[in-house]
Design a protein around this ligand. Structure first.
Ligand SMILES: Nc1ncnc2c1ncn2[C@@H]1O[C@H](COP(=O)(O)OP(=O)(O)OP(=O)(O)O)[C@@H](O)[C@H]1O
Length: 248
């Protein structure tokens, strides 16, 4: 079977904790509709890996294949229409809320799906916001949710979600989780969640990628990871995280 995304022996060279590289030998696959939680202690390179998958950063070794076609044979713009990186720091484009919502259709010359935009604004608790309001005047949490809606309107096949709920209140966080779960079920989109929220990882993913010791140490079903992590590093990570601390 051909995978949505195939990752082969990725290496990123950044000196880290006495190692001459940030990570190496990272290989895996992502299939349609798969939900993956990318976990690991701070500084293991989770965000860097996501950015490489979005072609926003470059690996030093290894290959990426989207629908069996190597990344070098894709126009980066076409790739990013299918593989969309959503960062914790939402960036608003100049103009109004509506200008931001319409960005995707303007860029890709597609019809603006206004009913869907309205539904998503509603589901994510933004129904009260006037569309002619300047986007720069929104609160941080509102910008975060608006940026997510912009990405959803693009209808990518794979979402790379980089701690997207870290700065949201509990209510908004749950709204985001519900919208994304439904989206994955209904649209078949795959998602990779980088999160330090283990409850979120457990609820949102079917599979865990655990990064430690400069590589992908574990790649297994979510329940198995939480019940029977196979590496000492993952066991330590879970113990520290349950105690509310971050292993370094
Ligand atoms: N292109 C680069 N040049 C220099 N340093 C880099 C580069 N890419 C990543 N790093 C460094 O690699 C380290 C890992 O960063 P990254 O943000 O990917 O880790 P992370 O696992 O996502 O951490 P956190 O959980 O704290 O967000 C950081 O120290 C970062 O500064």
């Amino acid at each position: 079977m051909s995978h949505l995304l195939k990752i082969e022996r990725l290496k990123k060279v950044v000196e880290q904790g006495g190692r001459p590289y940030l990570f190496a030998g990272v290989s895996s696959t992502v299939d349609e509709r798969e939900t993956i939680a990318l976990l690991g202690a701070s500084g293991q390179g989770k965000s860097t890996l996501l950015r490489i998958l979005a072609l926003l950063d470059r690996q030093d070794e290894g290959t990426l294949l989207l629908h069996s076609k190597p990344s070098g044979q894709w126009q980066p713009r076409e790739w990013r229409m299918k593989v969309c990186y959503v960062s914790q720091q939402a960036v608003m484009l100049p103009g109004s809320v509506e200008d931001n919502l319409r960005t995707v259709s303007v860029l890709h010359r597609t019809a603006f799906d206004k009913p869907l935009a309205r539904r998503l604004m509603d589901s994510l608790g933004l129904a009260h916001i006037h569309w002619n309001k300047s986007a720069s005047g929104l609160s941080g949490g509102e910008k975060q949710r608006l940026a997510l809606i912009r990405s959803l309107l693009l209808r990518p096949e794979l979402f790379l979600l980089d701690e997207i709920t870290a700065s949201l209140d509990v209510h908004s966080k749950h709204a985001v989780e519900e919208v994304l779960s439904a989206w994955s079920r209904n649209e078949g989109a795959a998602m990779i969640w980088v999160t330090h929220d283990l409850e979120q990882a457990r609820n949102q993913s079917g599979r865990v990628w655990f990064m430690g010791e400069g590589t992908l140490l574990e790649d297994c079903e979510t329940e198995r990871f939480f019940k029977h992590p196979s590496s000492i590093e993952a066991r330590t990570f879970l113990q520290w995280s349950e105690a509310g601390e971050q292993p370094v």
